[in-house]
Design a protein around this ligand. Structure first.
Ligand code: IPE
Ligand code: IPE
Ligand code: MG
Length: 258
């Protein structure tokens, strides 16, 4: 167990993180949690550091939150790490972000294996630099038979383009007769998205105070519970994840019913 001794205040009582974990585990844990990890640049700016220092700190946060997701029994953790729009950033920043999967996996892969975590990715990963893709592919391959938490990175992901790609592939498969054009249900459409076999997220978290979706899982979020926090991603701690889940547990999901 990690962080056993860390203390913090909740209301009037002080609880250990471990107590908080066992409490939250008594109710339903969301199966699929997706996070828009935002605020790395502002975290760095506040400290008069270059933006890449924020991305480095953000990577440490990914480790912390992955471990906690595993401990809580979350089945899928999708992390939005790079969008199809993020290429607009200065080259030095993009280059640094593209070095993070290698940095992250070279130090963390043994622990992921030990914890039975399976690494997957969504997004146009074939357009990533070769060294980035190599590190990612290696992790995906090494962890492919693991049966624990699915750590799913959205890398060079954009939802509008994902939807268009699905439409184009559906048209193609209808023309070749592989798909019956009259039988395109929501399930069929979903299966053409990059999230293919995954259930839709139950909970979406966005850090850094921005209240928007930024081209993330537009189809899949139809009935997801949304939780926004002002905390910047590098400052996002285990207790914030627990807080989000507590809020989720107190929401009533109606899916259009009563
Ligand atoms: C999120 O942090 C990381 C990526 C989008 C890659 P930002 O880099 O967007 O941080 P802010 O929003 O500028 O603070
Ligand atoms: C969303 O953050 C993308 C990722 C976290 C990877 P951005 O910082 O790119 O989003 P905007 O520009 O604030 O909408
Ligand atoms: Mg941002």
């Amino acid at each position: 167990m990690f962080n056993k001794l860390r203390l913090w205040k909740t209301g009037t009582t002080t609880k250990t993180l471990q107590d908080q974990i066992s409490n939250v585990k008594q109710q339903k844990i969301p199966e699929h949690v997706a996070i828009i990890m935002d605020g790395n640049g502002r975290w760095a700016k506040k400290r008069k550091l270059p933006r890449i220092a924020g991305h480095h700190e953000g990577m440490k946060c990914v480790k912390r939150i992955t471990k906690m997701a595993d401990e809580l029994g979350i089945k899928v953790l999708t992390l939005y790490a790079f969008s199809t729009e993020n290429w607009k950033r200065p080259k030095t920043e993009v280059d640094y972000i593209m070095s993070l999967p290698e940095q992250f996996l070279s130090t963390f892969l043994p622990e992921l294996m030990e914890k039975n975590v399976r690494v997957t990715a969504i997004g146009y990963t074939e357009k990533l630099p070769e060294h980035t893709l190599k590190a990612l592919d290696n992790a995906v391959e090494k962890t492919k038979n693991n049966t624990g938490l699915n750590l799913n990175f959205a890398l060079n992901y954009g939802s509008r383009s994902e939807i268009l790609q699905a439409v184009n592939n559906i048209v193609k498969d209808s023309q070749t007769g592989e798909l019956d054009a009259n039988g395109i249900t929501e399930e069929v459409f979903s299966s053409y998205l990059m999230t293919g076999g995954l259930n839709d997220p139950d909970l979406l978290i966005r850090t850094s105070g921005e209240i928007r979706i930024s081209n993330f899982m537009l189809w899949q979020l139809a009935y997801t519970e949304l939780w926004f926090t002002d905390v910047l991603w590098p400052d996002f701690k285990e207790e914030h994840l627990i807080e989000a889940i507590e809020v989720f547990q107190n929401r009533q999901r109606r899916f259009g019913g009563v």
